[in-house]
Design a protein around this ligand. Structure first.
Ligand SMILES: Nc1nc2c(ncn2[C@@H]2O[C@H](COP(=O)(O)OP(=O)(O)OP(=O)(O)O)[C@@H](O)[C@H]2O)c(=O)[nH]1
Ligand SMILES: [Mg+2]
Length: 445
């Protein structure tokens, strides 16, 4: 089946691209451009494009890529037309009238994957730069797109395969091939394990970088929560006043903290004896707090701690949190009483306090690590699962080795590790996993 879609975003621009892929691409090109001979591959043609009724739609550039040397591995036609949504849509309709079917999201990349042009991890990495919202996320996606992950997994898989071959030699020719040395085998497996651990850890942090972290600013009324939100945003987003109970609803804003997208949620101050409207706001605070990953507990540290402060501290006990004692310019009585919580003591208005809070969010949210995103890392949930599977198999193999049982008993686990590493590469993965990857794409990709 031949598919067609607009590959550029909606809206006006210099150029819009309509992409057609499949066996009919060449014939569709001739039909809608009325060029009598087939387009030669990899040549730019200036063409007039007509609809089914023969009306001229636009003058543009046509490029033809013959299978298998194209993105999808099929015949591909690209029509570069004037960047108006109407023109692009009319050209797409003309392609559909000439025999193409509208493409589903990610269908072009799915075909590229099915024709062996890209590995699944590379396919996932294609969706990532499109979705990237920060520079770090874009760099992370680019590293995997270059196939770094596939090469690294292949390297580890070859090491495990090497161990298996050694074992097989000893099993098949027990008289000629000496049994491999246990300590050397274990060291090899341990090194593969360590590298896989590192890939997985970078994958977890990569996920945080891509998806971001939510931080709920919670505390008693008048502690300076909205002042802190505004300070971290560098904008007067929330109303600040000396009246306790100013913020009645949750306010959510995105910021970038040390390169990572963070959703800051300012909330209504939590206290007992609030009026009806305030109580509704407090309910939303509790809800926001339960959904956020990190609690940024903001207290007035200039005054002795009261029941409201203790209540918020108790609610956030045991979860990922940053405790901030505000208003140090007015005193630190409360802050000093909280020493065991290791609070950040300072003022929402002070840039160095703001920097400490940003660093504390980074520390709690992603260990404060600045990951080298030019290195390969696991990106999708499927890859993470496969790596975990490979790690479990390696652990079993090493346990067998340590137990003193015959070394060839490791072989089954090692084979499982090789298979699991194959899954990281996207081999023999379930259809729903493939669907999951391509569902994240936009139409035309
Ligand atoms: N002196 C001093 N005043 C501060 C500081 N931070 C905030 N304030 C003041 O404290 C008052 C309350 O600030 P808000 O940011 O509205 O406090 P809030 O926690 O959002 O309060 P609610 O929305 O009512 O829960 C305002 O008058 C701020 O100007 C600080 O570091 N030092
Ligand atoms: Mg407020």
């Amino acid at each position: 089946m031949t598919i067609a879609a607009i590959a550029t975003p909606p809206g006006r621009g210099a150029i819009a691209i309509v992409r057609v892929s499949g066996p009919q691409a060449g014939a569709i090109a001739m039909r809608i451009t009325r060029i009598p001979a087939p387009l030669r591959p990899r040549r730019a043609y200036t063409v007039d494009i007509y609809d089914a009724g023969g009306a001229l739609l636009d003058r543009g550039v046509a490029l033809f890529f013959a299978a298998p040397k194209s993105y999808t591995g099929e015949d591909v036609l690209e029509l570069h037309v004037h960047g108006s949504p109407v023109v692009a849509r009319c050209v797409l309709e003309a392609a559909v009238d000439a025999g193409a079917s509208p493409a589903a999201p990610g269908e072009f990349s799915r075909r590229a994957y099915c024709n062996g042009n890209i590995a699944l991890s590379a396919a996932a990495a294609i969706a990532d730069p499109i979705g990237a919202e920060t520079r770090a996320a874009a760099r992370a996606a680019a590293a995997n797109l270059a196939g770094g992950l596939v090469a690294e997994i292949e390297r580890l898989r070859n090491i495990v395969r090497g161990v298996l071959e050694e074992l097989a030699g000893a099993i098949d020719f027990p008289d000629e091939v000496p049994e491999p040395e246990r300590r050397a085998l274990d060291a090899t497996m341990a090194s593969v394990e360590a590298d896989l651990h590192a890939l997985r850890q970078a994958g977890e942090i990569g996920r945080v970088v891509r998806e971001g972290v939510s931080v709920a600013i919670v505390g008693p009324p008048n502690a300076g929560k909205s002042s802190l939100l505004n300070a971290l945003l560098h904008e007067e987003r929330a109303i600040v006043s000396e009246m306790p109970g100013t913020t009645r609803d949750t306010i959510e804003e995105a910021v970038v903290v040390n390169g990572v997208p963070v959703r800051l949620i300012d909330t209504a101050g939590i206290r007992a004896h609030a009026d009806t409207l305030e109580t509704a706001g407090i309910e939303r605070t509790i809800d926001a707090l339960s959904r956020a990953r990190i609690a940024l507990v903001t207290l007035d540290g200039s005054r002795p701690l009261g029941p409201a402060e203790r209540d918020v501290l108790a609610r956030t006990q045991g979860r990922e949190r940053v405790v901030f004692c505000n208003k140090s310019d007015l005193g630190t009585v409360g802050a000093r009483a909280l020493a065991e919580c290791e609070p950040i003591v300072g003022s929402a208005f002070d840039p160095s306090t703001q920097a400490s809070i940003r660093n504390a969010i980074a520390r709690v949210g992603w260990n404060g690590e600045t990951i080298d995103f030019s290195r390969p890392h696991l990106a999708t949930a499927a890859e993470m699962m496969a790596a975990t599977e490979a790690l479990a198999a390696l652990a079993c193999a090493r346990a067998t080795l340590a137990s003193g049982e015959p070394v060839d008993l490791c072989a089954g686990d090692l084979q499982q590790a090789v298979a699991a590493l194959g899954h990281v590469r996207g081999e023999a993965v379930a259809e729903e996993v493939i669907d999951g990857v391509f569902a994240r794409f936009c139409i035309g990709k």
